[in-house]
Structures are given as C-alpha cells and as structure tokens.
Write a protein that binds this ligand. Structure first.
Ligand SMILES: [Mn+2]
Length: 334
C-alpha cells in the first residue's frame, strides 16, 4: 500500500483537505491515493514551508499540497520528485518562476481572481462539495464565488451567514491555533460530518471555534489603534497577543470592505526582542497591494498582500509610517 500525504495550509486548506480525502475515499478520477494510508501534515497559517515536515524517507508515495505557494517549497518538491513520489500540487498563489518539469509533477493552479484552493478543489471533484466550498470561499474573501455557490444551492440568508462565519472562524483560528485544535485535529473532526451544517450544529470543536472568535474580536476591538488616516490610506495597529494575531488578517478585510477607496495597512507586533519589534504587516487594497508589499520586502496578491517589518529598538513608529506612505506613493506611480 502506498502512503498518501496531504500537506495543507491550516486555513481554507483544511476544507480543501476534507474534499481531497473524500475524493480519494470515493475513488474519484484525478485523486489517486489509499484511504487507509493518509497522513495529514499542517501548521499555523503563516508557516508556508510545511513541506519540510515530510519524512525524509518518503518515496514511491503520493503527495498532495494544498494552498501553499510553490516557490516556498520548491527545494523540497524537487527533492521528493527525485524519490519517485507522485505530486499533486493544488494552489491559487503565484507559483514563482521555476516550475519543475517532471512526469510525476502535476501543478493544478486556480485563477486567483475567482478561486481559492477549496473552491478550486470542489471543481476538480465535479462540484460535489458545494457547501464546503461555500465556507472555504469565505477564508480568502472570495465573495463572487461565495455568492455564486450560495445562489446555485438556494441558500437562505441565514445559511449563507452560517457558512461565511464558519470560513472566517477557521481562517482566524489558523493564525494561532489553540491547544488540541491544530489544523490536523480540526480536519479529523470535520471528517466526521457529511455537511458543514451538520458540523456547525453538532461539533464541540465548532462551538469552541465560534466562542474563541467572539472573544477575540471583542478584545481586539477594545485595544486597536488608528495610527494614521488620510483620504487614501489607513494604518491600524493591533495589540500584541494570540487573540490579536487570530483576528488581524480577517479584520484587515473588514476594514477594507468599509473603506474601499483606501489602502488598508494593519500592523501586528509579533515579537519584541533586543533588536526591536517585529511587525506582521497586512495590506488590503483595490489594486497594487503586492507592489506595495514588495517595497517592504514582502509579497502577495493584487488586493491582499503582506510583509514583515522590524522596527528597530529606540526608533519611532513614525519612521515606519513615513515608509508606508512612500511605498503606497511608489506603487501608484509604478
Ligand atoms: Mn487560500
């Protein structure tokens, strides 16, 4: 029997992994694997190099990769291709310039403007997981396909709200998973349910996800600071802490939805050491978010991007604000 590894990003990749495992169980074509030998691998959302957790000895196996940029895992992909593994690499991020040419390498890349990984996997499966995909669409704020799937499946406003929130709960939680609720543990729980509505109604972990989200958002809202605002730009500083880390990317979308004409910068202080404070930066914009992020050493997609920024000890956050303003100006004129 062949081992089947499923390496997935703990955000909407969790929902994609649910679909892939069920597709293998149903023996759908294009989804090779052995249902009894499935080994899931995941990690917190920001960890994009999850391929490093694949056991060194893996050979003659099947490896699925879900929702992880190829450029970040390329060296591992090449290494495991040399060991006669069959790779199905399913994603919606920019893959980088080097795509391995090998008969065992299958890159299935979604058009990011419409799909994310879970909505794309649903299509690869013949659209048999529409309800799960609807929840998955919420993770990357894929509103167009969320509405399309909701309409096609005659969802009521209440059902739409349930699935949208479910996607947001998984998304935010994945940034700093609580004990006994790692993405692989969540996946195991999801697999007990046929439909997301079943899961929402009956799962104890779902109840915890929901409660965590509500507590987190309340705490963050009372501790958030607007550092700067003009007609083109808003810069918001989040408080430190796990609860804030869980909310930060999701709330960045929320600020964007409510300020569509502006570039949104959300800053989260990840850690403070002798060198200074390291900020996670989340950028949301109608366009050029990736170009803005690149100037700060990061990257991403045209409407959602990110970077890390070290504010050196004893330097003023105003220096960072000036850099941000410049990067927005430069991206506009490029
Ligand atoms: Mn995604």
């Amino acid at each position: 029997m062949m081992d089947t590894y499923i390496i997935f990003n703990g955000d909407e990749g969790t929902i994609a992994a649910y679909m892939v495992i069920n597709a293998i169980r149903k023996k759908l074509k294009n989804f090779p694997g052995e249902i009894k030998k499935i080994i899931p691998i995941s990690g917190p959302k920001e960890d994009l190099v999850l391929w490093r957790f694949l056991p060194e000895k893996t050979e003659n196996s099947i490896i699925y990769s879900l929702d992880l940029a190829l450029s970040k895992n390329l060296i591992y992909v090449e290494k495991f291709l040399a060991k006669n593994n069959l790779i199905l690499y399913i994603d919606h991020h920019y893959p980088g310039k080097i795509i391995p040419e090998h008969k065992n390498f299958n890159l299935l890349l979604a058009d990011d403007r419409k799909h994310n990984t879970s909505t794309f996997v649903n299509e690869l499966c013949g659209k048999i997981f529409d309800l799960w995909a609807t929840a998955g669409a919420s993770g990357d704020n894929k509103i167009e396909i969320f509405n399309e799937l909701s309409f096609k499946n005659n969802l009521s406003d209440y059902e739409k709200k349930l699935l949208w929130r479910f996607g947001k709960f998984i998304n935010s939680h994945s940034f700093s998973p609580k004990d006994k609720m790692s993405p692989t543990e969540l996946l195991k729980d999801l697999l007990n349910y046929f439909s997301p509505f079943d899961y929402i109604k009956n799962s104890k972990t779902y109840a915890k996800l929901a409660q965590t989200y509500l507590n987190d958002i309340k705490n963050v809202r009372s501790n958030i600071k607007t550092l700067y605002e003009d007609k083109n730009l808003i810069i918001i500083e989040f408080p430190a802490g796990d609860y804030s880390q869980r909310m930060f990317a999701g709330l960045a979308y929320w600020f964007y939805e409510h300020n569509k004409e502006k570039v949104i910068f959300c800053l989260f202080p990840q850690s403070t050491t002798n060198e200074g404070t390291l900020f996670s930066v989340s950028i949301r914009s109608n366009s050029n978010a990736n170009l803005i992020a690149e100037q700060l050493g990061g990257g991403g997609r045209h409407n959602a991007a990110g970077a890390n920024y070290l504010l050196k000890k004893n330097s003023d956050i105003r220096e960072f604000i000036i850099k941000i303003k410049k990067s927005v100006e430069n991206a506009k004129s490029s």
